[in-house]
Ligand binder design. Sequence first.
Ligand code: V55
Ligand code: FE
Length: 483
Amino acid sequence: MKAFPQQPTYTGFNEPSRVEADVCDLEVEGELPLDLNGTYYRVGPDPQYAPRLGSDIYFNGDGMVSMFRFKNGRVDLKSRYVRTDKFKLEQEAGHALFGAYRNPWSDDPAVQGKNRGTANTNIVFHNGQLLALKEDSPPVAMDPDTLETIGNWDFNGKLSSQTFTAHPKIDPQTGEMVCFGYSATGVDTPDIAYYVVGPTGEIVHEVWIKSPYNCMIHDFGVTRDFVIFPIVPVVSSAERAKAGRPTFGWDGTKDIYLGVMPRRGTARDVRWFRAPNQFASHVMNAFNEGSKVHIDMPRAESNMFPFFPDISGKPFDRERAAARVTRWTLDFNSKGDTFEARQMTSLVGDFPRIDDRYAMESYRHGYLCVSDLTKPYDALRGGSITGMFINCLGHIDLATGKHEEYFVGPTSTLQEPVFIPKSATAAEGEGYLAVLANRHEELRSDLLILDAQRLADGPIATVHLPVRLRQGLHGNWVPATAA
Ligand code: V55
Ligand code: FE
């Protein structure tokens, strides 16, 4: 195959690894707790081929899944590419056929109309199925033990949307998967298809609504009684895409909206709340107290994605891209269309996580990737392709506003953490955080296990990987009792 271009996205720690690994009994420094019993799945972009157009953004690489299986103080690693339609077509051709991110007009005519999904953003377990997700396409089912790709999953023919979010929410009490697709009728369309999937994998509720404007809806909020669609102006344009410019860009003039609907509501029930231009993408958690609805999101003054440039040509503003977890509160029964904002922490960061047993309800503990620029770092080695420089892991106590940080050192960066409860009945926050450390000096990865209640103490176990796992996006923990 053709060599990858000598660009920051493809060199050093970011060089595509393309390695599918099987390592039995990884080397452990310290002791793995004996109550770590289950599997951590995560996924990220790892391009199979050099980009068709000479360069590409990180978000467009082929999904590579890793699986860490823990039992009896030991851990095994398995990693596999998701055999998406795109992956198979390109492997057959021996080169890239699909072009720019979310731009079907930049593809080789031979693949016009084909599924462009890369399955590179999240991997979730529901109804005994492992689903690899990219928000522009349907889920791809994988075998939870072998990581063999089973194929595109359409919920027994019932998935009416062309797309499916990478951030579905699983209700820990009912087992339902609450989810949606945006740009549901194609690139740069306003249609949002909302679904409730029952615990046995059947779509049991479907609603179609229209977004106030065409944009990326990367994540959403789900409470016991409501769903919340954050509409933020990372806007799309088919016109720009056809002209060979980025499909998505930042519009610094548009308001943001929160579209709120009862979980089993209809399109007529949706209420749109409104606030001035600002940025938010990921949801830490959401919950409601009667008609009072709270949604917690890392919020920034402006765009956090340098690779989705300002559509008016303004340069990227790193300071205004700093995000802090903020609680937005609205009353579904209020007369007006405004909502309140309260900043919950001074920590700057994203990739928010919780103890998922407390999803959709009032909760106390949040975890996230933190960018602490007061700490020393080696600029040569600490390169970032996500747009965010992550050197700390943070814990926020939302009841007190206090926080705790673990600093990974000047030549390492961190990926998104996952919370692992000590047991099914442990109190909220009683458990571990697993987090991949990118060792920029050694071009290698470590999986760190920390006590979620004592982050500042550092890892209780460091799992040394003999390989490098490229910067990933999201993942989830599946206890052995659930698999
Ligand atoms: C994100 C990541 C994506 C994507 C859209 O915010 C948004 C993260 C890895 O792909 O397609
Ligand atoms: Fe995400």
